[in-house]
Design a protein around this ligand. Sequence first.
Ligand SMILES: Nc1ncnc2c1ncn2[C@@H]1O[C@H](COP(=O)(O)OP(=O)(O)OP(=O)(O)O)[C@@H](O)[C@H]1O
Length: 258
Amino acid sequence: MQRDWMTPPAAGLGVRVEALGKRFGERVVLDDIGLDVRPGEFVAVVGRSGCGKSTLLRLLAGLETPTTGEIALGGAPSGARRDDVRIMFQEARLLPWRTVLQNVQLGLDAGDAPARARHALAQVGLADRAGDWPAVLSGGQRQRVALARALVHRPRLLLLDEPLGALDALTRIEMQRLIESLWREQRFTAVLVTHDVAEAVALADRVLLVEDGRVTLDEPVALARPRAHGSPAFAELEGRVLARVLGEPPSAADRLAA
Ligand SMILES: Nc1ncnc2c1ncn2[C@@H]1O[C@H](COP(=O)(O)OP(=O)(O)OP(=O)(O)O)[C@@H](O)[C@H]1O
């Protein structure tokens, strides 16, 4: 029988951020962030280490409170954490004394929780590992479990804080493909923080650069999906965004294109 939780959620949540600032003591981390993410859009945020990317994601998740400015999710002012907004980190953060299935069903009401968790595990290709302990999984498999733990709540906004940062290059590309196919199927809005400009260009509709507490670049990625790493158009865009992240002057070709 088809159940509600087997179908994708109604629509992704739109995100609107205005004049967002965050200070920790005297340190101004975010100064004046403006951001508009359409429902169902996939946006990547890049920037140098320490520029405040994770802080921005934590603010969107309701894990931090803004010092100044406003965040609206789905048109409503955001405050506390909400169930349809999930966040995934670089570490899977699984409970080692619980099985894979128990980790995924944490936080669900009893009833059909095991069936929902199994469904989410199947979506990430781990249907046969439900009874395993986290310790026997590879790093990539643990991140799949973390992804299932987010998906089981049918998120309308998925926040991804460098979730593939600790994986080897091949596993990373496999996981990128999995995230992209789930995003296409489930239609959640996605905001990905990554150090890897190629990952941002592979997955995002737009790449944003955060510098000096502001968004200083908003680059649309108009390449057809799935995107071929290394194609000339991919490499050109990746090189251009990377140069901006590193603060290098534009090349002659960029100046002509601008
Ligand atoms: N809870 C906190 N208390 C004090 N300072 C903090 C706190 N959280 C973050 N910061 C500071 O805010 C700045 C931005 O941190 P954040 O983790 O958001 O950067 P990031 O761009 O995600 O960095 P990275 O790419 O290295 O992960 C850093 O200087 C960090 O020390």
